[in-house]
Design a protein around this ligand. Structure first.
Ligand code: ADP
Ligand code: MG
Length: 583
């Protein structure tokens, strides 16, 4: 039954406008559907959600005489007393979402409970409620939200472009679908399916549908319990070879609620120790179950943060469970065979039949390079005897740790970051249109299976990528065949191309930022000589020459320094020499 909350309870609840962009509308509506017990939720948007958002569920529906009440502030069927607030388990509880959405858009809600003969439809525009009417309707609820922020142009201004807003929605639904594998989610944009999960209850199937089968195949089951406190964590984490460039791929779900948890993400990453390369992050879904008294969900208006009453216990629980998962002993402390292992075995059986044998190998990323030895590798010929200056009075001395070029210019010692320097050279050449953007055919075309959130962005970038020399052909849902890459890029394996695309697609560009610039930077970065790469003397000299002839060579395109100069006077001072004498 929907009731208006007592003002005493209402005041206790973290207030705040929750509707910031189309994804916040989707979040509130989908959470309502989940609270209503839906097992199938279809979301369909146009204009990145700015024009319309339609959420249809097969949940319990709303009684005809309560439909109007659902749009009053602090009207909720989920909470009535302060005690309830402390033990909250449903996703929504403030009775604020529907009125907040209806205040800034045109909403049409159609609903029918199983036991009702007729359905009810109500329309609310900019907060003004029209009388409900009886209509024929399927069981469940459909909410249509049109023209978001039509009456608040100030807020409309803050919305991003349609692809970015759609990407936000897609990322949100990805995490909600991971949190609720028993519910089938479908997202369509302009009538085209963007993502879909089956809702068969298998988390691993959801991971496969959302992140691709390679990600699913790399997952290790995780399980941990702390029975005395009623705490448990389960889920999947990626084996160390399968990593990503950001933490966005770590989904934390606490009692059915997707939250941002730097604490638990940190605990998870510590468990990998040195197994992950620097700045790489695992893919993971952590499902935490905890008694409500150990949590305070009411900290954040969008409920996306949570306060743990005893953070160290949660921290320890996740760390240990992840450790065991990585060491191949997921079940320790729990039942010998959990549901995740069952799923895992089933999945592997299917994969063995599906995967072509070469493909698994390619996706493996190289393990982090062993620590470089601390020796300066001077080239065989003595620097004094080298054949003249490489460029502009700059002379090569040698390569240090296979990462830095040492050179001499007048009275200065130059330490040059070989990657940053080469990146600058390539970037400059790309901008000047001198090289590198011709397509170079790959010996073996690559099949790239992308997470839905990426493919949305990729689609909008396709023309630009083509101009740059990529040849990418759409190949079914979220899959592409990559036939060529810019000639300047090295032909690496799938993992390398994947990392390149991830880098390019995952951050949203700032409004007004030229995507072209960004693409050149990434291509230059990708094509450049890496750190810890041994160079022959000729190669090193060529690089030094190119670098010295490139304007703005002191920094890489991202603004990191490419060179450190140490003047002789500085060395003299350090060695307590006076006047640079010969002794
Ligand atoms: P809250 O979710 O915080 O209770 P909302 O404003 O989101 O507040 O929703 C108000 C009430 O409307 C809910 O408590 C619920 O009873 C009803 N409701 C909203 N959406 C649905 C839905 N999809 N199915 C069934 N009931 C719904
Ligand atoms: Mg709600």
């Amino acid at each position: 039954m929907i009731r208006v909350l007592d003002s005493r309870v209402a005041e206790k609840i973290a207030a705040g406008e929750v509707i910031e962009h189309p994804a916040s509308v989707v979040k509130e509506l989908v959470e309502n559907s989940l609270d209503a017990g839906a097992t199938r939720i279809e979301i369909s948007v146009t204009g990145g959600g700015k024009h319309s958002i339609r959420v249809t569920d097969n949940g319990c529906g709303i009684a005809p005489d309560e439909v109007e009440l659902a749009f009053s502030r602090f009207a909720t069927s989920k909470l009535s007393s302060l005690e309830d607030l402390e033990a909250i388990i449903s996703l929504g509880f403030r009775g604020e979402a529907l009125p907040s959405i209806a205040a800034v858009s045109r909403v049409t809600l159609t609903t029918r409970r199983k036991e009702d003969f007729a359905g009810t439809r109500i329309r609310v525009e900019g907060g003004a409620i029209f009388p409900p009417e009886a209509v024929g309707a399927p069981e469940g609820t459909e909410v249509l939200v049109e023209d978001l922020f039509y009456n608040t142009p100030g807020r409309m201004k803050f919305l991003r472009g349609e692809p970015q807003e759609l990407a936000r929605i897609s990322a949100l639904l990805t995490s909600l679908a991971l949190a609720h594998p028993g519910c089938s989610f479908t997202l369509a944009s302009e009538g085209k399916t963007v993502l879909r999960t089956t809702g068969d209850g298998f988390l691993l199937h959801a991971i496969g549908a959302l992140y691709g089968s390679e990600a699913a195949a790399a997952m290790l089951p995780l399980q941990g319990r702390q029975p005395s406190l009623g705490l448990a964590v389960e889920g999947y984490i990626s084996a160390p070879h399968f990593s990503r460039a950001s933490r966005r791929w770590i989904t934390v779900v606490v009692n059915g609620r997707v939250i941002q948890s730097p604490l638990l993400a940190g605990a998870l990453e510590r468990a990998y120790g040195g197994m992950l390369a620097r700045r790489r992050h695992p893919v993971a879904v952590l499902i935490v179950k905890a008694p409500p008294k150990l949590l305070d969900v009411n900290v954040h208006p969008a409920k996306s943060e949570i306060r743990f009453q005893r953070p160290e216990i949660f921290n320890e629980l996740v760390f240990r469970a992840a450790r065991r998962a990585l060491l191949g002993r997921p079940g320790a402390g729990g039942p010998p065979h959990g549901w995740m292992e069952e799923q895992q075995r089933e999945w592997r059986r299917q994969q063995l039949q599906l995967l072509d044998p070469g493909r698994g190998k390619e996706s493996r990323e190289a393990a982090p390079a062993p620590a470089a030895s601390f020796t300066a590798a001077a080239f065989s010929s003595a620097p004094e005897a080298s054949p003249g200056d490489a460029a502009g009075g700059c002379r090569l001395i040698g390569q240090f740790l296979h990462s830095y070029l040492l050179a001499q210019e007048g009275e200065e010692l130059l330490v040059i970051d070989q990657h940053a320097a080469h990146e600058r050279v390539l970037y400059h050449a790309l901008r000047a249109g001198e090289c590198g953007l011709r397509p170079a055919q790959l010996t073996l075309p690559l099949n790239l299976e992308l997470p839905p959130a990426w493919s949305v962005r990729l689609e909008s970038l396709l023309p630009l990528l083509e101009e740059a020399g990529f040849i990418l052909e759409p190949f079914g849902d979220n899959s592409y065949i990559l036939r060529a890459i810019p000639s300047l890029m090295r032909e690496g394996g799938a993992a390398e191309i994947y990392a390149f695309l991830e880098d390019l697609l995952q951050e949203e560009p700032e409004p007004g930022e030229a995507m072209e610039e960004r693409l050149w930077q990434k291509i230059a970065c990708h094509g450049a000589i890496k750190a810890r790469q041994p160079l022959s003397r000729d190669e090193a000299e060529q690089l030094l020459r190119d670098w010295a002839n490139t304007p703005g060579g002191a920094c890489c395109p991202h603004g990191r320094p490419a060179v450190i100069r140490i003047h002789r006077a500085e060395l003299d001072k350090k060695f307590l020499r006076k006047g640079g004498g010969r002794q």
